[in-house]
Ligand binder design. Structure first.
Ligand SMILES: [Zn+2]
Length: 419
């Protein structure tokens, strides 16, 4: 059997409570009808499983059921998102896509002998490097290459160990490999990305998606914060580096960039679309938590019972703000002074709740602080257990409408279909 290859365009979809796979898949079906061939990759990180108290097998079961019920004929995948050596085991069986998270290993200095050997093997990474599609050639001094090798080689060797473990369990070519370096302090520059890909090729990891940390802030559930022009230039340079590395180092020709925390980054979708259309590059973009927020909007719009539960979740999240935000400190910016009090929210109508939460920047009532707090507040719903899940069933129509609309109108369409 031939190796499992990732399609050109794929979107990571998160489904915290394993209830929205059908509504999510409907967005892809709609996009396909309009001419955008993107496939869904259901992803849920180990951290999210721990918070919700769920198992990776449930993600697979929900994805398979949705595909069966809606008759989806294209491929789809289940991503063991942000796993490492210690956490990968329970993902082995249900996943066919693995995101090897080595961000914590970045900066742990590599063995100096390994750095020397790497630089001796890769003299092409020192000096003037001309890459098709990048106007200014890189000028890389030996010290800089050496510092970058020292910073990243240990992380790459860790990725290799995780990869070997998965290959041992699943077999070569039976799964898609992503390496993620996004959850770290500083972005990787295009020359660093090239060096990292060279090191990954040395380790013979058949990488198909790579998630660098890009310039700017990718906060959860809200728009990109940063210099959009700078982002577009770096994203374009990264694409050129990826295309070059595929040829130079014999990496899989499906290799493409993966954008993490990619949901709701509306201001960079047009730049991303321009870059991939211009170069013919592929794209993977993870949208994880945006669907859970649509569940809340759907609840609020479904009637008094759903609205009450949505308000209760806000009140609880407000009360446990610090505890909920702590694991996500690096990827949220909440000004507590801008959060409405639970008493105020208790008096809101369906429309007021939905307007505050829905990511419509043209709506003056939209509140990004409330949205980010609720984004990390899924633990509150998890604690409600069957009470929350039963309400999801009861309000299914209203929720599904919001989930599909959000993925299609605000994500798939601007990324792949807008002119
Ligand atoms: Zn990530």
């Amino acid at each position: 059997m031939s190796d499992l290859r990732i399609e050109k365009y794929s979107i990571g979809v998160g489904d915290r409570f394993a209830h929205q796979a059908k509504a999510q898949l409907s967005a892809f079906i709609r996009a396909a009808k309009e001419g955008a061939q993107a496939v869904p990759v259901w992803n849920k990180s180990n951290r999210e499983h721990n918070i919700v108290g769920s198992q990776p097998t449930a993600v697979r079961a929900a994805a398979d059921a949705a595909v069966r019920e809606l008759g989806w004929k294209e491929t789809y995948h289940v991503d063991a998102d942000h796993i490492n050596l210690g956490t990968v085991d329970r993902f082995m069986e249900p996943s066919d896509f693995f995101t090897l998270d080595v961000a914590d290993a970045i900066g742990k200095p590599a063995d100096p002998a390994a750095v020397e050997a790497f630089l001796a093997r890769h003299s092409e990474l020192i000096g003037r490097i001309e890459i098709p599609g990048i106007a200014e050639p890189f000028e890389i001094k030996r010290e800089r290459a050496s510092a970058a090798a020292s910073k990243y080689l240990f992380a790459v060797s860790e990725a290799s160990e995780i990869y070997q473990k998965i290959e041992g369990a699943k077999g070569k070519g039976k799964f898609i490999t992503e390496v993620s370096m996004d959850e770290t302090d500083s972005p990787q520059t295009p020359p660093e990305l090239l060096l990292i890909l060279a090191a990954i090729a040395d380790e013979k990891i058949p990488i198909q998606t790579i998630a660098p940390k890009f310039t700017g802030r990718f906060n959860k559930g809200v728009d990109y914060v940063g210099d959009v022009q700078q982002f577009e230039k770096e994203f374009g340079d990264d694409l050129a580096v990826v295309a070059y590395a595929i040829k130079q180092y014999g990496l899989p020709d499906t290799l493409k960039l993966s954008v993490h925390s990619g949901s709701d980054k509306f201001s960079i979708y047009a730049p991303i679309r321009r870059c991939i259309q211009k170069t013919g590059a592929g794209l993977h973009l993870k949208t994880a938590g945006t669907t859970w927020l649509e569940e809340l909007i759907g609840l609020a719009e479904a009637g008094p019972e759903g609205l009450d539960l949505a308000k209760e979740i806000y009140a609880e999240a407000y009360g446990h703000r610090e505890e909920l935000c702590a694991p996500y400190a690096a990827v949220i910016d909440i000004d507590p002074a801008k959060l409405p009090s639970p008493e105020e929210v208790r008096g809101w109508s369906s429309k007021q709740y939905a307007d505050a939460l829905r990511h419509d920047q043209k709506n003056a009532s939209f509140n990004p602080h409330l949205r980010q707090l609720l984004h990390v507040g899924f633990k509150v719903a998890a604690k409600m257990g069957s009470r929350y899940l039963e309400m999801l069933d009861k309000c299914e129509e209203s929720i599904a409408r919001n989930v599909t609309e959000n993925l299609y109108e605000r994500h798939l369409k601007p990324l792949f279909l807008a002119k």
